[in-house]
Write a protein that binds this ligand. Structure first.
Ligand code: PEP
Length: 250
């Protein structure tokens, strides 16, 4: 069954005191996942273990980044098996900031997804077009190409992968895709997943919207047929905003 998901990507924000305060505020909100919603938090890696230990079951905790190698001489890196061993259950792969700023190409992303799945981590695979690609009417072909790397995975593996559609021009800009734009792309992603993996798998895959999603626009976006929740950046850094977004997902 397709999950309804709200995920908060904290990126490289918040020093220890502020991070702990936000996490405790969220825990105190007693967010209910019983109505079929999953709430995921992706804090900076240094806070993962503490947050997992403090978790009261309200959230699943994921990592924003890890290395595709299993272990070894990779100074400064963290592996999927290390994440799993502290109780992490999700990872982000393919975020535009990792693709662009850290030059992660398709092969790196395939390797990261492979190692994450091997160690029992669920994956949110992010895709999205730039403003220029949209203006050149290449937004669908861009997404099609980004989804094509999922062909490296079997049906058994794909069931642990969710998709986040994140137009790059909407990330952190305050400019959100309109419900029509987002709907068109989410419908397209569902169609692509259907041609890659068949109707049943496509239908069971959660597709999240990300890009300046806020309490102001979340409800309208989440009402669209193929939008199964959101990947939230800036608005996840405030407990009230994040919980308002969770509330409007039904
Ligand atoms: C993100 O980076 O995943 C994101 C959606 O950020 P924001 O909500 O700030 O646009």
């Amino acid at each position: 069954m397709r999950n309804k998901i709200v995920a908060g990507n904290w990126k490289m924000n918040l020093d220890a005191d502020a991070a702990k305060r936000l996490y405790l505020d969220l825990l105190n909100k007693s967010i209910d996942q019983s109505d079929g919603k999953m709430i995921l938090i992706f804090p900076p890696n240094i806070y993962l273990q503490d947050f997992i230990e403090r978790n009261n079951g309200s959230f699943e905790i994921g990592a924003q980044n890890f290395n595709a190698k299993s272990n070894g001489a990779y100074t400064g890196e963290v592996s999927a098996s290390q994440l799993k061993s502290i109780g992490c259950s999700w990872v982000l792969v393919g975020h535009s900031e990792r693709r662009i700023l850290f030059k992660e190409d398709d092969q790196v992303l395939v390797n990261k997804i492979k190692t994450a799945l091997k160690h029992g981590l669920n994956v949110i695979y992010c895709c999205g077009e730039s403003l220029n690609e949209r203006e050149q009417l290449q937004h669908k072909s861009k997404i099609q190409n980004q989804l094509a790397l999922l062909k490296s995975f079997s049906l058994d593996e794909v069931q642990f992968i969710s998709i986040a559609y994140e137009p790059i021009w909407a990330i952190g800009t305050g400019e959100t895709a309109s419900p029509e734009q987002a709907s068109e792309m989410h419908d397209f992603i569902r169609e692509e997943l259907t041609s890659l993996f068949g109707l049943e798998t496509a239908d069971n895959t959660s597709i999240l919207y990300g890009g300046s999603c806020s309490p102001r626009n979340a409800e309208t976006l989440f009402k669209c047929d193929n939008i199964d929740g959101g990947l939230i950046g800036g608005a996840a850094l405030d407990a009230d905003s994040f919980s308002s977004i969770i509330e409007v997902l039904s």
